[in-house]
Write a protein that binds this ligand. Structure first.
Ligand code: ADP
Ligand code: MG
Length: 352
């Protein structure tokens, strides 16, 4: 028998889905992008996209510091982010939950308050799901359907040599937020008494980092801004596993290389401060930390002027021919191969 860790998450998915050919002409794009793409009517202008993501207690969230309302909101955002990453608009959600005995009705009310808020903010309809019990904590699995005009679909596979590489927002904040929460949890677990009696952690000055891990926001605003500026990215992916890993996906799918510059990677001031406090390089967090839910996309070189007009979007490098590899250029001019280290609970813990 083979340990799953020998393949890692992506190797496992490749193996399980190898050679799956569609039986239906309506299946336009299967495994391997942020969403699958379907077309059900030959005269339809729009394509349907679908994505699903599951969050497991103990793996993706820790209920000792995750309010259930936030969890519901985040579970929706994780899916919406994949729909936006196809340049599509989310329309419907299906929500499946598995809960243990510890979970009470009021807890699920909270979870659904978060889901409802996410749906309201993004104009999405919660149209179904499934409810079952669990012996191992809470699990929440969401499927999201969306739509996009055929000519506006953006896949991972469209990047070309000389394209510019752009990223929205800033990176590494969610990772540092998680480190802060985990540290406080360790401190609190060392104290006696119920949760009501112990000192509350003080996150003042770090609120942004905590918000980034507990309450991420899918970047519809970036998709809107791109549309308004009439920029159609050549390739796009959302950053759930870390910049490095996602960039490697675009390069692999597009058959290209890339060159990004450390000094251009957007990092928030609070992220830099927290990284210093934890004695880690902030760019390691930005490249390999997960759960930023920002968008990473490529645009033709000719779109450079237009891209500079987009709010909260930065150019971090450019696409090269595949032979040139996937490179990170550090501040002092050294070049390193990018690694798809990722946010990958199925892989062996990295030695870095
Ligand atoms: P994302 O991070 O964008 O959600 P993933 O890395 O989870 O994407 O998945 C990559 C691709 O593999 C997606 O197209 C996804 O639908 C597909 N995939 C993931 N797990 C499975 C599975 N168990 N069976 C079939 N396809 C899968
Ligand atoms: Mg994705």
């Amino acid at each position: 028998m083979t340990e799953i860790s020998t393949l890692g998450e992506f190797g496992l998915i490749d193996r399980l889905t190898e050679g799956l050919a569609p039986f239906n002409a309506s299946t336009l794009l299967g495994v391997g992008d942020d969403c699958a793409v379907m077309n059900y009517a030959s005269d339809a202008k729009n394509r349907v996209v679908a994505t699903t993501d599951m969050l497991m207690e103990g793996i993706h969230f820790d209920l000792t510091y995750t309010p259930l309302k936030h969890l519901g909101y985040k579970a929706a955002m994780v899916n919406l982010s994949d729909v936006y990453a196809m340049n599509a608009r989310p329309r419907q959600l299906l929500v499946s939950i598995a809960v243990g005995r510890k979970c009470k009705v009021e807890h699920l009310d909270e979870l659904y308050a978060g889901l409802r808020l996410a749906c309201e903010r993004h104009g999405v309809d919660l149209v179904g799901g499934d409810t079952t019990s669990s012996l191992t904590g809470v699990a929440i699995s969401i499927t999201c359907l969306g739509e996009v005009e055929e000519e506006r679909i953006v896949k991972r596979s469209g990047a070309h040599d000389t394209d510019l590489i752009c990223v929205s927002g800033n990176l590494g904040a969610a990772y540092l937020g998680l480190q802060l929460l985990e540290r406080e949890k360790r401190v609190l677990s060392g104290q006696k008494g119920g949760t009501e009696t112990v000192a509350q952690p003080d996150f003042s000055g770090r609120e942004y980092l905590i918000e980034r891990i507990l309450k991420p926001e899918a970047r519809r605003d970036v998709i809107d801004a791109l549309q308004k500026a009439e920029i159609l990215p050549t390739a796009m992916i959302d950053i759930s596993d870390g910049l490095s890993s996602e960039l490697m996906h675009i390069c692999k799918k597009s058959g290209v290389g890339c060159r990004i510059y450390e000094e251009k990677i957007p990092v928030d001031y609070q992220t830099a401060l927290a990284a210093e406090e934890f004695g880690m390089n902030v760019y390691t967090a930005a490249l390999n930390g997960g759960e930023d839910y920002e968008l990473l996309f490529t645009v033709p070189l000719t779109a450079h002027e237009l891209v500079t007009t987009l709010p909260d979007v930065k150019e971090i490098g450019y696409v090269t021919r595949a032979e040139l590899g996937q490179k990170l250029v550090t501040r002092d001019g050294q070049e390193f191969d990018l690694k798809a280290q990722g946010w990958n609970p199925l892989a062996e813990k990295s030695e870095a």
